[in-house]
Design a protein around this ligand. Structure first.
Ligand code: NDP
Length: 248
């Protein structure tokens, strides 16, 4: 069997980096999107990869832009032939109470966190159906399950991902494709580092596990959902939240 190819959006973020590294570590050819491939962070990230002995491929793409996703897909198909696994992990926050939220903050968060899942997945779902194999993993959030102060935009986008996941799972199951969400709680990345210290301490105080999660704890679940072993898990949501929110 040829190497499976995984596309991870937001692969230079905290969670995305760990997912890329772990997928590469178990033998996938991994491609990630980045908004600005010239970014200094990416150069140092590449150096770390070389030291660790593997390579992550890069493609420039703003995943909130449908046209950019069309171009990205033809570039990837020419270079890698196929995409077997998609991890929709790109995400942003623009927090504000609704009565103070500007339309730009609403739209940007919906575009990057939710519309992007359509923009990216739409490019590859047809060929996955033809090849009768695919794994689609959408990174949602506990705040899409519970709602969160100041995050009507983010909570709506992440809740929307669950509907997208369940509907696409039903459409795709007979074609060997699984579609699942992972809903992380609070994970130690630049996204949560941006939360003011006092607020973060109050959040951690509410987590029964007594700590935030690590990106690797999310990545290990993503690797499992990408594997053949998970083929009967479809349309599911896997929470990773240290018992912050327990649900059936
Ligand atoms: P980071 O801020 O570390 O990473 C976010 C990533 O998204 C970056 O790689 C960024 O790329 C990318 N991105 C942002 N906008 C775009 C865009 N328009 N097109 C392409 N890529 C884009 O966040 P995390 O690693 O913490 O978050 C990863 C995912 O996990 C997100 O979807 C987030 O909502 C979700 N999540 C995170 C939690 C946490 O506690 N950290 C909890 C629950 C869910 P670039 O740097 O190039 O801009």
């Amino acid at each position: 069997m040829s190497k499976r190819v995984a596309l991870v959006t937001g692969g230079n973020g905290g969670i995305g980096t760990s997912i890329c590294q772990q997928l590469a570590g178990v033998g996938y050819r991994v491609v990630t999107t980045c908004v600005d491939p010239q970014k200094e962070a990416i150069a140092s990230w590449r150096a770390v990869q070389r030291e660790l002995g593997y390579e992550i491929h890069w493609v420039a793409c703003d995943v909130s832009d449908y046209g950019a996703c069309v171009s990205m897909a033809s570039e990837l198909e020419a270079e890698h032939g196929k995409i077997d696994v998609i991890v929709n992990a790109a995400g942003i926050t623009r927090d504000a109470f609704l009565h103070k939220m500007e339309p730009e903050s609403w739209n940007a968060v919906i575009d990057v966190n939710l519309i992007s899942a359509f923009n990216v997945t739409r490019q590859f779902i047809g060929s996955m159906r033809t090849r009768e194999f695919g794994r689609i993993i959408n990174i949602a959030s506990v705040n899409g399950q519970t709602g969160q102060f100041g995050q009507t935009n983010y909570s709506a986008a992440k809740a929307g991902m669950h509907g997208f996941t369940m509907a696409l799972a039903k459409e795709s199951a007979l074609k060997g494709i699984t579609v699942n969400t992972i809903s992380p709680g609070y994970i130690r990345t630049s996204m949560t580092e941006a939360i003011p210290d006092k607020v973060r301490a109050a959040i951690v105080a509410q987590i029964p596990a007594g700590r935030m999660g690590e990106p690797g704890e999310v990545a290990r679940v993503a690797v499992f959902l990408a594997s053949d072993d998970s083929q009967y898990i479809n349309g599911a949501n896997i929470p990773i939240n240290g018992a912050l929110f327990c649900s059936f």
